[in-house]
Design a protein around this ligand. Sequence first.
Ligand code: FES
Length: 78
Amino acid sequence: MIVGLADGDVLHPVQQAWLGCDVAQCGFCQPGQIMAAAALLARNPGPTDHDIDELKSVCRCGTYVRIRQAIHRAAGSA
Ligand code: FES
């Protein structure tokens, strides 16, 4: 669950990056996007654009560019 990502008051790096990149638009898909991103980084700490695009997540608002940017930021590569 997304509420378990944070460590008390300290947000997970993916959550911090999401806020820093202002990813969310309507927010409907965001919990799933964030959990998928955290899982990706747990198994691949340096994902490429292709790795991120392979998540095949759906966002009706089309926030894909900001999602990619936030995942790179959380990985420390942006
Ligand atoms: S932010 Fe609206 S559906 Fe993804």
